[in-house]
Design a protein around this ligand. Structure first.
Ligand SMILES: [Zn+2]
Length: 238
Protein backbone atom coordinates (compact mmCIF):
# COMPACT_ATOMS: atom_id res chain seq x y z
CA UNK A 1 0.00 0.00 0.00
CA UNK A 2 1.54 3.29 -0.99
CA UNK A 3 1.50 6.60 0.91
CA UNK A 4 -1.35 8.08 -1.16
CA UNK A 5 -3.61 5.19 -0.20
CA UNK A 6 -2.76 5.53 3.48
CA UNK A 7 -3.38 9.29 3.44
CA UNK A 8 -6.70 8.79 1.63
CA UNK A 9 -7.90 6.17 4.12
CA UNK A 10 -6.87 8.38 7.07
CA UNK A 11 -8.72 11.36 5.55
CA UNK A 12 -11.88 9.27 5.06
CA UNK A 13 -11.68 7.97 8.65
CA UNK A 14 -11.17 11.48 10.07
CA UNK A 15 -14.04 12.83 7.93
CA UNK A 16 -16.28 10.04 9.19
CA UNK A 17 -15.36 10.72 12.80
CA UNK A 18 -16.06 14.42 12.36
CA UNK A 19 -19.45 13.70 10.75
CA UNK A 20 -20.24 11.42 13.71
CA UNK A 21 -19.19 14.17 16.13
CA UNK A 22 -21.50 16.73 14.47
CA UNK A 23 -24.31 14.18 14.35
CA UNK A 24 -23.90 13.47 18.07
CA UNK A 25 -24.64 17.13 18.89
CA UNK A 26 -27.94 16.84 17.03
CA UNK A 27 -29.29 14.05 19.25
CA UNK A 28 -31.69 15.67 21.76
CA UNK A 29 -31.27 12.90 24.33
CA UNK A 30 -27.47 12.65 24.30
CA UNK A 31 -25.71 13.55 27.59
CA UNK A 32 -22.05 13.23 26.48
CA UNK A 33 -21.21 16.85 25.80
CA UNK A 34 -23.73 18.86 27.80
CA UNK A 35 -26.49 18.06 30.26
CA UNK A 36 -30.06 18.11 29.00
CA UNK A 37 -33.07 17.50 31.22
CA UNK A 38 -35.23 14.90 29.49
CA UNK A 39 -37.73 14.08 32.22
CA UNK A 40 -38.78 15.11 35.71
CA UNK A 41 -38.69 13.14 38.97
CA UNK A 42 -40.41 9.77 38.97
CA UNK A 43 -42.23 10.38 42.24
CA UNK A 44 -45.91 10.97 41.70
CA UNK A 45 -47.48 10.43 38.32
CA UNK A 46 -46.77 13.91 37.02
CA UNK A 47 -45.97 14.63 33.38
CA UNK A 48 -45.49 17.86 31.39
CA UNK A 49 -46.80 18.91 28.00
CA UNK A 50 -44.58 21.31 26.08
CA UNK A 51 -45.39 23.22 22.88
CA UNK A 52 -42.59 24.70 20.75
CA UNK A 53 -42.06 27.32 18.03
CA UNK A 54 -44.83 29.80 18.89
CA UNK A 55 -46.48 31.91 19.92
CA UNK A 56 -48.45 31.23 16.78
CA UNK A 57 -51.86 32.95 16.64
CA UNK A 58 -54.65 30.72 15.42
CA UNK A 59 -53.13 27.43 16.52
CA UNK A 60 -52.27 28.70 19.96
CA UNK A 61 -55.76 30.03 20.79
CA UNK A 62 -57.24 26.66 19.88
CA UNK A 63 -54.69 24.85 22.06
CA UNK A 64 -55.29 27.25 24.98
CA UNK A 65 -59.06 26.76 24.69
CA UNK A 66 -58.66 22.96 24.94
CA UNK A 67 -56.23 23.19 27.85
CA UNK A 68 -58.66 25.48 29.67
CA UNK A 69 -61.54 23.11 29.00
CA UNK A 70 -59.57 20.23 30.57
CA UNK A 71 -58.07 22.44 33.28
CA UNK A 72 -54.53 21.47 32.23
CA UNK A 73 -51.43 23.67 32.50
CA UNK A 74 -48.60 23.31 29.97
CA UNK A 75 -45.28 24.91 29.01
CA UNK A 76 -44.67 26.95 25.86
CA UNK A 77 -41.14 27.31 24.42
CA UNK A 78 -41.43 30.45 22.32
CA UNK A 79 -39.14 32.13 19.78
CA UNK A 80 -38.22 35.78 20.38
CA UNK A 81 -39.12 36.85 16.85
CA UNK A 82 -42.60 35.35 17.21
CA UNK A 83 -43.04 37.01 20.60
CA UNK A 84 -42.30 40.42 19.06
CA UNK A 85 -44.81 39.69 16.31
CA UNK A 86 -47.62 38.40 18.56
CA UNK A 87 -47.24 39.72 22.11
CA UNK A 88 -50.96 39.70 22.99
CA UNK A 89 -51.34 35.94 22.74
CA UNK A 90 -48.30 35.44 24.99
CA UNK A 91 -50.04 37.56 27.63
CA UNK A 92 -52.93 35.12 27.49
CA UNK A 93 -50.54 32.18 27.92
CA UNK A 94 -49.19 33.79 31.06
CA UNK A 95 -52.59 34.90 32.39
CA UNK A 96 -53.90 31.33 32.13
CA UNK A 97 -51.10 29.98 34.33
CA UNK A 98 -48.85 28.23 31.80
CA UNK A 99 -45.06 28.31 31.97
CA UNK A 100 -43.08 30.13 29.26
CA UNK A 101 -39.64 28.98 28.11
CA UNK A 102 -36.99 30.37 25.75
CA UNK A 103 -36.63 28.64 22.34
CA UNK A 104 -34.09 31.09 20.81
CA UNK A 105 -34.78 34.22 18.78
CA UNK A 106 -34.44 32.99 15.19
CA UNK A 107 -34.78 29.19 15.47
CA UNK A 108 -31.52 28.47 13.62
CA UNK A 109 -29.44 25.28 13.71
CA UNK A 110 -26.71 25.67 16.36
CA UNK A 111 -23.91 23.88 14.51
CA UNK A 112 -20.64 25.82 14.08
CA UNK A 113 -22.08 28.88 15.87
CA UNK A 114 -20.08 31.00 18.29
CA UNK A 115 -20.69 31.58 21.97
CA UNK A 116 -21.67 35.20 21.23
CA UNK A 117 -24.27 33.95 18.75
CA UNK A 118 -25.88 31.83 21.47
CA UNK A 119 -25.74 34.70 23.94
CA UNK A 120 -27.47 37.05 21.49
CA UNK A 121 -30.18 34.54 20.54
CA UNK A 122 -30.92 33.79 24.19
CA UNK A 123 -30.73 37.35 25.53
CA UNK A 124 -32.92 38.85 22.80
CA UNK A 125 -35.57 36.26 23.58
CA UNK A 126 -35.33 36.69 27.36
CA UNK A 127 -35.78 40.44 26.84
CA UNK A 128 -38.70 40.02 24.41
CA UNK A 129 -40.51 37.71 26.85
CA UNK A 130 -39.80 39.96 29.83
CA UNK A 131 -41.13 43.02 27.97
CA UNK A 132 -44.45 41.21 27.48
CA UNK A 133 -44.81 39.22 30.69
CA UNK A 134 -42.55 41.00 33.18
CA UNK A 135 -40.72 37.71 33.85
CA UNK A 136 -37.61 35.99 32.49
CA UNK A 137 -37.90 32.26 31.74
CA UNK A 138 -35.71 29.75 33.58
CA UNK A 139 -35.90 27.05 30.92
CA UNK A 140 -34.29 26.95 27.47
CA UNK A 141 -34.89 24.48 24.67
CA UNK A 142 -32.55 24.70 21.67
CA UNK A 143 -34.07 24.59 18.17
CA UNK A 144 -34.37 20.94 17.04
CA UNK A 145 -33.11 19.91 20.48
CA UNK A 146 -29.61 20.22 19.01
CA UNK A 147 -26.59 21.66 20.85
CA UNK A 148 -23.09 22.86 20.13
CA UNK A 149 -19.89 23.89 21.91
CA UNK A 150 -20.31 27.16 23.77
CA UNK A 151 -24.04 26.86 24.44
CA UNK A 152 -23.81 25.37 27.92
CA UNK A 153 -21.56 28.13 29.42
CA UNK A 154 -23.98 30.77 28.11
CA UNK A 155 -26.90 28.96 29.76
CA UNK A 156 -25.02 28.43 33.03
CA UNK A 157 -24.11 32.13 33.26
CA UNK A 158 -27.82 32.96 32.99
CA UNK A 159 -28.99 30.14 35.27
CA UNK A 160 -31.06 28.68 32.47
CA UNK A 161 -31.74 24.93 32.43
CA UNK A 162 -31.72 23.13 29.09
CA UNK A 163 -34.85 21.01 28.77
CA UNK A 164 -35.39 18.64 25.84
CA UNK A 165 -37.97 15.85 26.02
CA UNK A 166 -38.57 12.16 26.68
CA UNK A 167 -41.68 11.67 24.54
CA UNK A 168 -43.12 13.21 21.39
CA UNK A 169 -46.10 12.83 19.09
CA UNK A 170 -43.93 13.61 16.03
CA UNK A 171 -46.54 16.22 15.14
CA UNK A 172 -44.32 17.70 12.41
CA UNK A 173 -44.97 14.63 10.28
CA UNK A 174 -47.92 12.60 11.61
CA UNK A 175 -51.69 13.03 11.44
CA UNK A 176 -53.87 13.32 14.55
CA UNK A 177 -54.24 9.56 15.14
CA UNK A 178 -50.51 8.98 14.87
CA UNK A 179 -49.77 11.91 17.17
CA UNK A 180 -52.04 10.47 19.88
CA UNK A 181 -50.57 6.98 19.50
CA UNK A 182 -46.93 8.09 19.61
CA UNK A 183 -47.48 10.53 22.48
CA UNK A 184 -49.17 7.98 24.74
CA UNK A 185 -47.06 4.98 23.73
CA UNK A 186 -44.29 5.19 26.33
CA UNK A 187 -45.47 7.73 28.91
CA UNK A 188 -44.03 7.27 32.37
CA UNK A 189 -43.80 9.28 35.59
CA UNK A 190 -41.87 12.49 34.86
CA UNK A 191 -42.35 12.34 31.08
CA UNK A 192 -41.82 15.58 29.17
CA UNK A 193 -43.80 15.60 25.93
CA UNK A 194 -42.83 17.61 22.83
CA UNK A 195 -45.58 19.03 20.59
CA UNK A 196 -45.76 22.25 18.55
CA UNK A 197 -48.10 25.22 18.21
CA UNK A 198 -45.90 26.93 15.58
CA UNK A 199 -43.25 25.89 13.11
CA UNK A 200 -41.11 28.77 11.96
CA UNK A 201 -40.17 32.36 12.60
CA UNK A 202 -40.79 33.12 8.92
CA UNK A 203 -44.03 35.15 8.80
CA UNK A 204 -44.68 34.21 5.18
CA UNK A 205 -44.75 30.51 6.04
CA UNK A 206 -48.27 29.33 6.77
CA UNK A 207 -48.40 27.18 9.87
CA UNK A 208 -51.29 24.81 10.32
CA UNK A 209 -51.18 22.75 13.47
CA UNK A 210 -54.67 21.28 13.03
CA UNK A 211 -53.43 17.68 13.54
CA UNK A 212 -51.90 18.66 16.89
CA UNK A 213 -55.04 20.54 17.92
CA UNK A 214 -57.21 17.60 16.88
CA UNK A 215 -55.00 15.13 18.79
CA UNK A 216 -54.87 17.14 22.00
CA UNK A 217 -58.17 16.10 23.66
CA UNK A 218 -57.39 12.39 23.14
CA UNK A 219 -53.87 12.91 24.56
CA UNK A 220 -55.26 14.66 27.63
CA UNK A 221 -57.93 12.01 28.15
CA UNK A 222 -55.60 9.06 27.47
CA UNK A 223 -52.93 10.28 29.89
CA UNK A 224 -55.51 11.02 32.61
CA UNK A 225 -57.00 7.55 32.15
CA UNK A 226 -53.52 6.07 32.63
CA UNK A 227 -53.29 7.90 35.97
CA UNK A 228 -51.05 10.82 34.98
CA UNK A 229 -51.48 14.44 36.05
CA UNK A 230 -50.28 17.27 33.79
CA UNK A 231 -48.16 19.99 35.39
CA UNK A 232 -45.99 22.82 34.07
CA UNK A 233 -42.20 22.44 33.91
CA UNK A 234 -42.02 25.01 36.72
CA UNK A 235 -43.90 22.54 38.90
CA UNK A 236 -42.34 19.32 37.58
CA UNK A 237 -38.76 20.57 37.93
CA UNK A 238 -39.12 22.73 41.07
ZN1 LIG B 1 -38.43 24.39 17.51
Amino acid sequence: MNATWIISICAICLGGLFALYVYAWSIPTLQWFAPAILRGPADGNRIALTFDDGPCPGNLERILDILRQYDVKATFFVCGQNVERSPAILRRVQAEGHTIGNHSFSHLFPFFRSRSFFAREIDLTQEAIERVTGRRPRFFRPPYGARWLGLQPVLSARRLSLVNWSDTGYDWKLGAEGIVRETLKALGPGSIILLHDGRSVNPSERVDRSPTVKALPAILEGAAKAGFTFVTLDELLS
